[in-house]
Write a protein that binds this ligand. Structure first.
Ligand SMILES: [Zn+2]
Length: 326
């Protein structure tokens, strides 16, 4: 391994985050810019190039001090071609060529993967994954995403859809998902899914509960409000959290039964509910795993938070080097 530095880029719909890291994974510099998605997202790649060039100049670091730039992107990523298509939250309707454009402008090798896979790599390398070769990551945000590292390799599948834990069916015939299918985990364990379930359960709930009162009163609620009320003992909020935990525990148990990772790491906004959520998911996980998996696969909360993206993106550079050395 060289001592050359790494650049990690976490491209998101509102912000693009950057980091300069040592090959050991220490973040030495970090900064961010707004993602300008106007005019079909045509400014996004030029702005990333400008920002990298500006900062390398600022820190007086020439291109040859870097072994590569890694980037996590929304949308469908073609790893070999280094292209992204269908990233609708960036207004990229067609195919975009980050690898071609960024390598040409910076003279630094460029690697790319989708944002959930990249976050999985980050948590595995420097977060809750303890750099183990077998880590599965699930992120509970507005949607549910995931990434699988098995026997040391990030899994992609034939069309890049490996690790899409959000579309595991947990309730046949259940809520309609944005993917067109029914009963996906994403519809029950994402922030929006939690609110959807709370509304439906409030309609049928006959008892006295603050959550029901708020919903009947037309107040806007969030998944955080549901979890906070549950922690205070609100009976309806507890029922909602129990259901979220059941669906998530069931899905993760089946991931465990299939992959037997050392850790299944739970991240994203909903995971801010912490041990309160983890304990309940754990119970459902144990109930639905077979003994060897139950004893050897552990559920953990993510630890990197916002930094998972830049750290994981930077690690793509090392993963590529490791594979060419095999
Ligand atoms: Zn779905």
């Amino acid at each position: 391994m060289t001592d050359k530095k790494l650049i990690g880029v976490d491209l998101g719909g509102t912000t693009t985050k950057f980091g300069i890291l040592t090959p050991q994974g220490e973040v030495q510099q970090r900064w961010s810019i707004e993602t300008d998605i106007l005019e079909d997202g045509s400014h996004i790649i030029p702005n990333i190039i400008d920002s990298i060039q500006h900062h390398l100049k600022l820190y007086d670091m020439p291109a040859d001090q870097f072994s590569g730039i890694g980037m996590g992107s929304p949308g469908s990523v073609d790893l070999a071609a280094g292209t992204v298509s269908g990233a609708f939250n960036l207004n990229w309707e067609g195919t975009v060529y980050p690898k071609r454009d960024i390598e040409a402008a910076t003279n630094i090798p460029f690697y790319i993967d989708n944002d959930a896979n990249v976050a999985a790599m980050g948590e595995r390398w420097q977060g809750a994954g303890d750099n183990d070769p077998n880590v599965t990551f699930v992120t509970l945000g507005t949607g549910v995403g995931g990434g699988i590292i098995a026997d040391g390799r990030l899994l992609h599948g034939v069309a890049g859809s490996a690790g899409e834990l959000g579309h595991i069916t947990v309730q046949p015939g259940g809520y309609l998902c944005t993917c067109g299918k029914r009963g996906c985990l994403e519809q029950y364990a994402s922030a929006t899914g939690v609110v959807h379930m709370a509304r439906d359960m409030a309609e049928e709930y006959a008892g006295d509960a603050k959550l029901k009162f708020m919903l009947d009163d037309g107040e806007d609620i969030t998944s955080k409000i549901v979890f906070d009320l549950a922690k205070e003992g609100d009976p309806l909020a507890l029922k909602v959290v129990d259901k979220v935990s059941f669906y998530l525990g069931l899905a993760l148990a089946n991931v465990g039964n299939m992959l037997n990772p050392k850790y299944i790491v739970i991240g994203g906004g909903v995971s801010a509910a912490g041990d309160f959520l983890l304990e309940r998911v754990q119970r459902n996980f144990e109930e639905n795993t077979f003994p060897n998996v139950r004893q050897t696969t552990s559920l953990r909360l993510a630890t990197l938070g916002n930094e998972a993206g830049i750290v994981g993106a930077a690690s793509l550079v090392l993963a590529d080097h490791a594979q060419t050395e095999e």
